[in-house]
Design a protein around this ligand. Structure first.
Ligand SMILES: Cc1cc2nc3c(=O)[nH]c(=O)nc-3n(C[C@H](O)[C@H](O)[C@H](O)COP(=O)(O)O)c2cc1C
Length: 246
């Protein structure tokens, strides 16, 4: 997998909701399927599977009219939603850099006739296909996102948090918060009755962007679950994970 190619796509990608009414050719679908096997998990201990499924086998509200969908299945374990966002965002960025449109889908689900992998639950889908509209932004001024000051206590500019800031989120609610200490960043996700699941997935997406920004800078990220009471006390948020850069 070309992490630099994914990093560059962070600054241009956008959700595509209009698609040409054609299937992608078999070679392109095989290339996408091969890419799925190269994705880096955030939590390698969690079993996952991603499948390409036809639009006719996907049902639900807010479904975009795309010819193909990726269905993400996972074991249900601590951190599995964040891991799902982290993994599937690598595909979103890859598709964007290939000139293929994509859109995260929080509502739609595989139809009952789609039998998932044993022991794994369906988590989220990503629609994709040939775009019938522009599939990228020309620069970051076109992103509708909160300023850095709203998503971190850290003052000043930071290229890693800037990449996270540009991440897509369900209803563009940008539910993440980052607290930077000496060499560590603690990551939080806004609590919500309606959107808690989506918020954890979105936080995983932002973490994918942060991880790619670190790789771009020649650094490696280690994820650590601090999991203690002090860390968990940011009002209105739940603790997701902490990371260090080495
Ligand atoms: C977890 C998640 C779920 C989403 N669900 C939907 C959806 O069901 N329908 C839709 O049209 N867009 C959906 N989106 C796309 C967001 O609305 C979009 O990412 C956000 O508005 C930011 O716009 P951008 O992706 O063009 O940067 C979802 C995004 C995420 C991350």
């Amino acid at each position: 997998m070309g992490e630099e190619e994914l990093y560059q796509a962070i600054f241009k990608r956008k959700s595509v909701r209009n698609y040409e009414k054609v299937q992608l050719d078999a070679v392109t679908l095989l290339e996408i399927d091969a890419f799925l096997k190269t994705i880096t998990p955030m939590m390698p201990g969690i079993q996952t599977e991603i499948r390409i499924i036809d639009s006719s086998k996907v049902k639900g509200m807010f479904k975009v009219d795309a010819p193909h969908f990726l269905a993400f299945f996972s074991e249900e374990r601590e951190g599995h939603l964040t891991n799902a966002g982290f993994m599937l965002q690598q595909v979103d960025l890859h598709l964007s850099s290939l000139g293929i449109g994509s859109c995260w889908q929080g509502g739609p689900k595989p139809a009952k006739e789609v039998v998932g992998p044993p022991g794994l639950e369906f988590i989220i889908a990503l629609a994709f296909g040939k775009p019938a509209q522009g599939h990228q932004r020309s620069d970051t001024s076109e992103f509708k996102r909160d300023p850095l000051a709203k998503i971190t206590s850290f003052q000043g500019s930071d290229p890693y948090l800037e990449a996270a800031r540009l991440a897509p989120s369900a209803m563009n609610n940008q539910p993440w918060y980052f607290i930077k200490n000496d060499g560590t960043i603690d990551v939080f996700s806004a609590k919500s009755l309606m959107l808690d699941k989506m918020n954890h997935i979105s936080s995983g997406i932002a973490l994918c962007h942060l991880w790619l920004a670190a790789l771009h800078d020649g650094k490696k990220i280690e994820f650590i679950n601090k999991g203690n009471a002090d860390i968990r006390s940011l009002k209105g948020y739940s603790y997701v994970i902490s990371l260090t850069m080495v």
